[in-house]
Design a protein around this ligand. Structure first.
Ligand SMILES: [Zn+2]
Length: 54
């Protein structure tokens, strides 16, 4: 299974975890484009997506 962690670039928290590879915009829509931990707005350059194969 592929898991993709969307990681906040400011606080390093995993903002959203995707079970499948979805467009990142879909993930941001789930979180209103904001980090749920620190409240930072997530721009495409401000977060990283780490894909792990499990
Ligand atoms: Zn954050």
């Amino acid at each position: 299974m592929l898991l993709a962690d969307v990681v906040c670039g400011k606080c390093g928290s995993v903002v959203y975890q995707m079970r499948m590879l979805k467009p990142v915009k879909d993930a941001l829509r789930q979180t209103n484009s904001r980090c749920r931990v620190c409240g930072a707005a997530l721009n495409p350059g401000d977060f990283t997506v780490a894909v792990k194969r499990r």
